[in-house]
Ligand binder design. Structure first.
Ligand code: HEM
Length: 184
């Protein structure tokens, strides 16, 4: 996973869960120096970010999926700002999701053929219903759901989510239905 995601996790822990000291404890709990830096475009093992999120969940006494989803919601804004060149200012939640794989993730990974970005296919069933098919060896559908929630907040859209099948239950991919209240 790219270091930029670790940086966002650090910002999330610092802003939402107790400041720098908490982050330093999480780093040490995971065998790092308290002052470890992650470089945005460098790659780090996926297990390291899951380990840090797991430690955060234990410290907060919350289930890991809850923390991953909350982190996803926090991160959506930052992803859009950090990678603003890959999205269109006219897009709202549905358009960002529809372009997440084909335009955004693929562009970010263009020069790195070894990466395996998540596969996110979105089908618009109606103006108010988008169905997402998520598949990734990392099985981070909770982060995906959080990102969708974060997009709703960013664009002031009222979105409801329902995961109808999940890789954690043995399905080959997760299916997430996103309903948009068109009055919002
Ligand atoms: C502006 C929009 C977006 C940007 C810039 C962005 C960027 C990124 C980046 C840089 C990563 C790390 C990839 C790696 O290190 O290999 C990532 C991972 C991820 N993204 Fe996005 N993303 C965006 C939108 C979305 C959306 C809309 C979804 C879901 C609907 C999504 C779901 C995920 C998930 C779940 C991961 C974790 C990795 C995995 O599951 O394999 N992203 N994204």
């Amino acid at each position: 996973m790219y270091g930029v995601i670790f940086e966002f996790l650090r910002d999330y822990v610092i802003e939402r869960h107790g400041g720098k000291e908490t982050w330093q404890v999480l780093l040490e709990d995971n065998g790092h120096s308290a002052y470890k830096q992650f470089f945005p475009v460098a790659e780090y093992p996926d297990e390291e970010i899951v380990g840090l999120a797991q430690s955060a969940a234990e410290a907060l006494q919350l289930p890991l999926p809850v923390v991953l989803e909350d982190f996803g919601a926090f991160t959506a804004n930052r992803l859009l700002d950090f990678y603003h060149m890959y999205s269109d200012p006219a897009w709202k939640s549905f358009e960002v999701i529809e372009n997440a794989s084909g335009s955004i993730h693929d562009a970010i990974h263009k020069h790195n053929p070894n990466r395996k970005p998540p596969c996110i296919l979105a089908r618009r069933d109606s103006d108010s219903l988008l169905v997402i098919h998520y598949q990734s060896q990392r099985q981070l559908c909770d982060v995906a759901k959080g990102i969708v929630r974060g997009l709703g907040e960013r664009f002031s859209e009222s979105l409801s989510l329902r995961e109808t099948q999940c890789m954690h239950d043995g399905a080959e991919k997760c299916i997430i239905e996103v309903s948009r209240n068109t009055d919002s």
